[in-house]
Design a protein around this ligand. Structure first.
Ligand code: NI
Length: 217
């Protein structure tokens, strides 16, 4: 198949910082479809970033470990999907720290990034959390449409070099969209990297307290 002729695939997932790249992200898991998402990513030498709820991690420790072993990144999406802009600094710290610990216990690696639930942040939130805040530039609305075709269409319409794509691996139609999305991006010569790899390739390092919607060349 043609994707096998694409540079990224042939290079076994080695990053060329001078070439286009995008970061696929999956929120709200881990859940019962996460392992199947990992298998698709593995098949295509693709990587993604999973912004997980801390409360769900202990039930999927081996899946989290597999995600990291395959080169994917685990980010922090709070312990129980709280709206950070409505939370005290004590609650924010608990939500973030407990999730970091849960991910470390499962994988041996601490999250380096967080995504605020509902995309809700303000200056108080940003200054309270000692990590970069990762938003997105491509909102597939997969949770709303529950349509693999519409999810793919959204990616086709809106993705450019440096995009951060938002999806949710807790929904079956999203799992059903992943292979077509990955193939489409590979065929269009995008390298499929983690958010940290995207930021590192383009800017060298990520800055705590800063908000990233995309990372253009
Ligand atoms: Ni969420």
């Amino acid at each position: 198949e043609a994707y096998e002729n694409v540079g990224w695939y042939r290079a076994g997932g080695k990053i060329d910082a001078s070439r286009p790249m995008v970061a696929i992200t999956f929120d709200d898991g881990p859940g019962k479809y996460t392992d199947a998402v990992l298998s698709i990513l593995e098949k295509y030498n693709a990587r993604a970033t999973f912004f997980v709820q801390g409360k769900s991690v202990s039930g999927y420790k081996s899946v989290m470990k597999r995600a990291v072993t395959l080169g994917n990144e685990i980010g922090n999406h709070t312990w129980s999907h709280v709206k950070l802009t409505s939370s005290s600094s004590e609650v924010i710290a608990e939500q973030i720290n407990a999730t970091n610990s849960a991910v470390y216990n499962a994988t041996g690696v601490y999250p380096k990034l967080y995504r605020p639930p509902y995309g809700a942040y303000n200056n108080a939130v940003l200054s309270c959390i000692n990590m970069p805040a990762i938003m997105w530039s491509v909102d597939t609305l997969d949770w709303k449409t529950r349509s693999p075709a519409k999810t793919l269409e959204s990616v086709k319409r809106s993705t450019y070099d440096g995009s951060i794509i938002l999806m949710h691996d807790i929904h079956k139609p999203t799992l059903d969209a992943v292979e077509s999305v990955v193939k489409h991006l590979l065929m269009n010569k995008f390298q499929l990297v983690t958010v940290s790899e995207l930021i590192q390739a383009r800017q060298g390092y990520a800055v705590s307290g800063r908000v990233y919607n995309s990372v253009k060349p």
